[in-house]
Design a protein around this ligand. Sequence first.
Ligand SMILES: [Zn+2]
Length: 240
Amino acid sequence: MKSSRITFFLGLAGFLAVSVVFGTAATTADAQNKMTPQKAFEALLEGNDRFVHGLASHRDLSAEVEQTSTGQYPLGVVLTCLDSRTAPETMFDQGIGDLFVGRIAGNFAADDMIGSFEFAHKLAGAKVLAVVGHSSCGAVKGACDGAKMGNLTHTLAQLSPALDAVPASVQPRNAKNAAFVQKVADANVRLTVERVLDKSEVLRDMVKAGELGVIGGMYDLNTGKVTFYKDTAHGLKMPK
Ligand SMILES: [Zn+2]
């Protein structure tokens, strides 16, 4: 093999090794400091794009455990449903220490959840908050049908403002009507974004100061794609 070829292959191997190492490195304090809300939002968009196209990072989770053992510097917070198909780390191709995650059936934000967000953003430095609902949500369907069972009754009652937000012209108003279910899920995301900002002076002030971006979106169970809603964006711009 000629030396130029050897150099090329060594160079390529080095490039790949560096890509692998840095491609899965956990977010550092320095990276979090330098990250703007917009950049954190774009990191989520890029991660979802990799996930949708089958290009998710091959992570060395053991190395990430080691890197994050002395501290965490996540880029954002993602609120999703309890649904087993809607893990934020997977849909946004993020690793250990990259995201704070809030999960509850129906991805709404009660006061305790909002308090957790205040910790994640104000005290731990996360730059973006994404509220992500999903298509064909069982919790939303349960709310649409007025399902009652044990403590779940109370959980699903939190979705009633979203049911009320869908115009009365949308009929029939039950889980058999997929269009109605999706409109309730959309309304729930919008209302949740509004509620978080309405209830949290801490987070409102951070948005005003350019320290935090908040946005809502929807995960499609069929494609894995997250579509963010421009009208829910606070302190963020939709990339062109
Ligand atoms: Zn769900």
